[in-house]
Design a protein around this ligand. Structure first.
Ligand code: ZN
Length: 411
């Protein structure tokens, strides 16, 4: 979906503000002599923004308005380096709440609902974003924050919560506790709004089957407001995102060129009206695609497919983009293999080859199992790996993160 004229005008306002603020992006624009853009092609020639740029701006270098206009900051956790600090103006905070309220509405949530919020409050953008959206919508917030499962379940019953907001792993934990304690008939939950983690279909089905609720995926990242920039509707055909606030393009992470709608690539986001810390062409490294066509719900907001992984993890084999998560998802459907696997990619006789090592227990026909796994990879992803089945315990284990992908093509 090419950028339209309204969005180009909004980007030009951001360009002017960034040049005036003379922060990292303002400097990039000045160095390139860019004062405004006129066409989609010119937009696509603007430089990208990277997380490293944002880190270097620590503590307040991203600020694009005079400090008296900043009413709040948020920050990413900083577990992998210097934190990223994002300053917000009052308008940014209000816009975020408007987007979040729209997410709830899209999920069919109304003023009548009682919304139990379990993500953390604080520097992180989660809890406070969920809260602001509830208040904007006019529903009742039950601001629990994380943890204290006993109290969560007590309030869930006594307050008759109808919506639970949580990470996927905490939603699963709560669901399993509800089952274990036999509380199913004492709770009133109808919907779950799940954010911030990639999660598989198995986990989703489990939460749904225990609690019997509809689940909605919310999208967002601290650098771009926080959660609330997109959500799926009841037809579950991808996440609608708010293109009056953000412009999304999907790029090929290798060539860095935009790909057509429907094709997978990296999500790149431009904030159209953000004041405190506007970002142009921010590389999220999340991999997805824009869903072509229209949603049966009739909303004109475009849609992003489920996030399948990070571009940092992507492997390109025989021209097909593959993520370890996709292989993992397939292996999960084979109960006879262990959780350990290893992927080795090599270049043999002019062809990319993937060897997939898996472990199994018991008296299984190794050759047959290997063939069945290879066939499933072929049907789901589009190429046939060489599957090597080995005895359980033979693959390397590590106390730290196990290295599962070895690319021998670049050795
Ligand atoms: Zn829809």
């Amino acid at each position: 979906m090419k950028i339209n004229e309204t969005q180009i005008a909004q980007v030009n306002d951001r360009i002017a503000a960034l040049r005036k603020a003379d922060n990292f992006y303002g400097k990039k624009l000045k160095a390139l002599g860019i004062t405004e853009i006129h066409t989609a092609e010119e937009f696509e020639s603007l430089p990208f923004s990277e997380k490293a740029d944002l880190r270097e701006a620590y503590p307040l270098g991203l600020m694009t308005v005079p400090e008296e206009e900043i009413v709040r900051i948020h920050s990413s956790s900083g577990t992998t380096g210097t934190p990223v600090v994002i300053p917000y103006t009052a308008k940014d905070v209000a816009d975020w709440a408007t987007m979040f309220a729209r997410c709830y509405e899209t999920a069919g949530i109304t003023k009548e609902d009682r919304i139990q919020i379990t993500p953390a409050y604080g520097l992180w953008t989660a809890g406070i974003g969920f809260q602001a959206g509830v208040e904007k919508l006019g529903a009742m917030a039950i601001p629990m924050g994380p943890g204290n499962t006993d109290k969560q379940l007590q309030f869930m019953q006594d307050m008759k919560s109808t919506v639970i907001c949580a990470t996927s792993s905490y939603a699963l934990l709560l669901a399993e506790e509800v089952e274990k304690r036999g509380l199913k008939d004492k709770i009133y939950l109808k919907k779950g709004v799940i954010g911030s983690e990639r999660w598989g279909a198995k986990m989703r089905q489990r939460i749904q089957s225990i609690l019997g609720i509809e689940l909605y995926d919310i999208y967002g990242l601290t650098e771009i407001y926080g959660p609330g920039i997109g959500v799926n509707c009841k037809y579950d055909t991808g996440m609608h995102y708010w293109d009056d606030y953000i412009y999304i393009e999907i790029i090929d992470p290798t060539t860095l060129k935009p790909v057509p709608d429907g094709e997978e690539g990296e999500i790149v986001i431009t904030t159209l009206v953000k004041e405190g810390a506007p970002l142009i062409r921010y590389r999220t490294h999340d991999i997805s695609r824009i869903m072509p066509g229209e949603c049966p719900c009739g909303r004109s907001y475009p849609r992003l497919d489920t996030i399948v992984g990070r571009s940092d993890d992507m492997m390109k084999i025989k021209g097909v983009n593959v993520f370890p998560a996709q292989i993992e998802e397939i292996l999960r459907t084979f109960p006879e293999v262990s959780s350990e696997y290893q992927i080795r990619i090599s270049h043999l006789d002019g062809k990319d080859t993937m060897r997939l090592y898996v472990e199994t227990t018991g008296n299984i026909d190794f050759a047959d199992l290997g063939e069945r796994i290879a066939a499933k990879v072929k049907s789901k992803i589009g190429f046939t790996p060489i599957v090597k089945v080995v005895e359980i315990g033979l693959l390397p284990r590590s106390e730290k993160k196990t290295k599962r992908v070895i690319d021998e093509r670049y050795d």
